[in-house]
Design a binder for this molecule. Structure first.
Ligand SMILES: *Cc1c(COP(=O)(O)O)cnc(C)c1O
Length: 412
């Protein structure tokens, strides 16, 4: 008899984006002539950089020629890309990585979700709240999170991030083995200072915990005191794994490429008490379950490091951050309190007069024709906020802010 992994049955369905889509469809059916503007999308909208497109074409031609055709590549990625990453993403920040510490993948979601394969199921997990749902759900799937009662997992330690603590999570009161941190943060758009991140590294070293650091939005950082990599913090090479992605950096959400850094020094304990290095374990896992990212896609990722590639990728990020600036300004003028939007393409907006996330979402949709994402969908500490993204077209962002201002003035 084939049985299922019971852990899957404990996971509540994530209705958030389906619920939003349902509400939007209902509204459109009732108001067919009305143009809605979505500031809810968590996906990029601008096309790939010409340098990336050129590299893709060239690589496709290589694949069509028997002299340059390539079959299976190395599971952990081609050396040309791993070396480019070490050289361009880390060396300029004073971080020296051996290319063998870099594992190319098909995006950060896969590896943030899969990394738990090499860790014991008895580890306790800490997440910041609100949170990117992948961290929790992937741990739930392997039975690490206990039972789901009253909207929370019994074995998960939640570290609330709200305006009251400046979106800087307090260190977990209950000891946790695996610490998931995502900075710049999705959904709040906020960051940790070097000092604040240093406290987490210190905690991990003292408690023999492992930090799983998601730096998918690293390229959006504009302020100097915000670390781009956790390895800027002393001691992090002993206790942290870092996930990066070309998705938001270079518009690869549909192309799929990212990488994971597993320093040689990172270890975890075996039942025997022996320290086991995670790098060879992760390599073993990848060699068994993953057969590498497409050659043409790795060439495309490499092209983001050429002079013109860097310039073009930067221009697109600047475009999104221009949207964010415009939105932040408009929100402030209309009397809203908004966070984020300075080092990340997300704005985390306080709902007015303590209105619930879903209430505000509904009124904004019905009365202003704007789609946002209710903060509570990302976790209980997201109640009383909504997330707006800066990934739209400039004119849409502008019009949405005009609508919002007019609606706010009329509604008060
Ligand atoms: C978009 C995003 C990623 C990137 O996912 P990919 O699988 O690389 O597309 C990773 N982490 C967070 C928090 C994200 O929002």
């Amino acid at each position: 008899m084939a049985t299922v992994n019971e852990n899957f049955l404990k996971i509540p369905k994530n209705y958030l984006f389906a619920d939003i889509a349902g509400r939007v469809a209902e509204h459109q059916a009732a108001h067919p002539g009305r143009r809605l503007i979505s500031l809810g999308i968590g996906d990029v909208t601008q096309p790939l950089a010409p340098a990336v497109v050129g590299a893709l074409h060239k690589a496709v031609d290589e694949m069509g020629d028997r002299r340059t055709f390539r079959g299976y590549g190395p599971e952990h990625g081609y050396a040309f890309l791993r070396e480019a990453i070490a050289l361009h993403d880390f060396a300029p920040r004073g971080i020296s990585l051996d290319p063998d510490e870099i594992f190319i993948n098909d995006g950060a979601k896969s590896d943030t979700g899969n990394f738990g394969d090499i860790l014991g199921t008895d580890n306790t997990v800490c997440v910041t709240d609100p949170v990117y749902p992948v961290y929790i759900d992937s741990n739930a799937m392997c039975g690490r999170t206990g039972s789901f009662d009253d909207g929370a997992w019994s074995r998960v330690v939640y570290a609330p991030c709200t305006a009251e603590n400046g979106f800087t999570p307090a260190l977990p009161e209950k000891r946790a083995d695996l610490l998931y941190l995502c900075y710049p943060n999705n959904p709040t758009g906020t960051t940790l200072t070097r000092e604040a991140l240093g406290k987490w590294v210190e905690y991990a070293l003292e408690n023999d915990s492992l930090i799983l650091y998601d730096a998918a939005y690293e390229a959006y950082i504009t302020e100097p005191d915000v670390p781009h990599s956790i390895y800027e913090i002393e001691g992090a090479r002993q206790c942290a794994v870092e996930f990066r992605s070309y998705s938001k950096t270079a518009g690869f959400t549909g192309l799929r490429c990212g990488f994971t850094v597993v320093p040689h020094e990172v270890t975890a304990r075996a039942a025997s008490g022996e320290r086991v290095a995670l790098n060879p374990l992760w390599n073993r896992r990848q060699c068994t379950k993953f057969n590498g990212t497409a050659y043409i896609v790795q060439r495309a990722a490499e092209a983001t490091y050429t002079e013109e590639g860097r310039r073009q990728v930067r221009a697109t990020i600047d475009y999104y951050m221009g949207n964010a600036r415009l939105m932040l300004q408009a929100l402030g003028k209309a009397g809203y309190t908004a966070y984020g939007g300075v080092n990340a393409p997300y704005l985390w907006v306080r709902t007015p007069e303590g209105m619930g996330s879903w209430d505000f979402f509904g009124r904004l949709l019905a009365e202003a024709g704007i789609v946002c994402t209710p903060g509570v969908g990302f976790g209980p500490s997201g109640e009383g906020y909504v997330r707006l993204t800066a990934f739209g077209e400039r004119d849409d962002c502008r019009e949405a802010m005009e609508r919002l201002a007019a609606w706010t003035a009329g509604a008060r």
